[in-house]
Design a protein around this ligand. Sequence first.
Ligand code: S3P
Length: 450
Amino acid sequence: MSSETSAKPLSSSRAKSLNGICRVPGDKSISHRALMLGGLASGETKISGLLEGEDVINTLKTMQAVGALAHKDGDDWIMSGTGNGLLLAPDGAFEFGNSGTGCRLCMGLFGAYDFPTTYKGDASLSSRPMSRVLNPLREMGVQVLAEEEGGRLPITLQGPWQTAPIDYVVLVPSAQVKAAILFAGLNTPGVTKVVEPHLTRDHTEKMLKGFGAELEVTTAANGERRISVEGQGKLVGQDVTVPADPSSAAFPMVAALIVEGSEITLPDVMLNEARVGLITTLMEMGGDIEITNKRNSGGEEIGDLVVKSSELKGITVPAERAASMIDEYPVLAVAASFAKGETNMIGLHELRVKESDRLAAVARGLEMNGVPCEEGDDWLKVQGRPDGKGLGNISNNASVATHLDHRIAMSFLVMGMASEKPVIVDDGSIMETSFPGFVNLMNGLGGSIG
Ligand code: S3P
């Protein structure tokens, strides 16, 4: 696991141009959920295009520890599930490494079982708040037998003989919390309801329906969504095709926009409306991004993105858009560093509790590489430098602190591709959690990372 291997500093230098076609790895959110539901549902689930990053492999091992069988058939993963309600007690603690999604969703999935489960993670995950999941689980009757101060890992849960359904309003905009409650509802008699004031990524709802759960979603005129799931129903194995991850496509996309003379194609990128905030924003900034060949694949809209280098201009990104691009602000800040004028990003409070305090990590990295920026409680202002002159940092060999955060590492390596001087990050190994092969893919397009 990255936290246990030694740090691997990487440097990224100005690229001449980026050209080519490259498919980024499978979507992380869908990959986790496919393994969880495939491991739970009766019968066989075939998963094509699974992201084989460390985060997802930890979820795979976890599902095997509770009774799911898994093997590879060519490029596909075949899961044989236990059947809903029939997961087995594991022998030891689960290790989730860096993954908030793996850990929080599994707390919901296993918390409603009448056996103890223990959740562990790396230094980054162990510093992240888990009360947002523990609180609704407690309301369902789950006991928290052990936790570190402030609801931190390691945590041990013990479900009661039978959990009680709840009707819960999720006040933090979090798809992970929503999913954890719905997953706990799967092994709970009656109907478990979740209300979210605004749409967050809805892969859980779509996939639960696909696996045969009795699930209903209603959306009010003000955007409030009510999701109900009937517990103890039958789930049946499915074929799942994992589309390319828009959160990973974000890196070559921004790189192509800011490196002169570039044109790249990113095929099969998922275009779920709760995930496309960055594409919308970059287009508003003047980014030349064409979406071609739009089609449906396994219940999600996908398309190919053709991205050409562009003269970007600073804008204000509306706070309401934050949920649809929450993982993309670090790389947006990099795009903003090469835009004309100022870019304002607001409504960013959730960035404080990601794999790192992303708002602070981005601001420190920008400052270190010569980008004027201002950081507030939940906002960031970036002043761009379109030609990249004076950006980057080699004179004192200082490296950007990535704080075990894959997206901080990748964002700053993208920055180096258009900066006057190289950009160095203190650890590239953490990128294995979500984007194995990142360096080769970017170098294959014309990057110079090493
Ligand atoms: C995810 C939800 C988001 C996102 C994370 C993946 C998911 O987290 O940042 O990378 O798959 O549900 P939050 O639910 O904390 O916003």
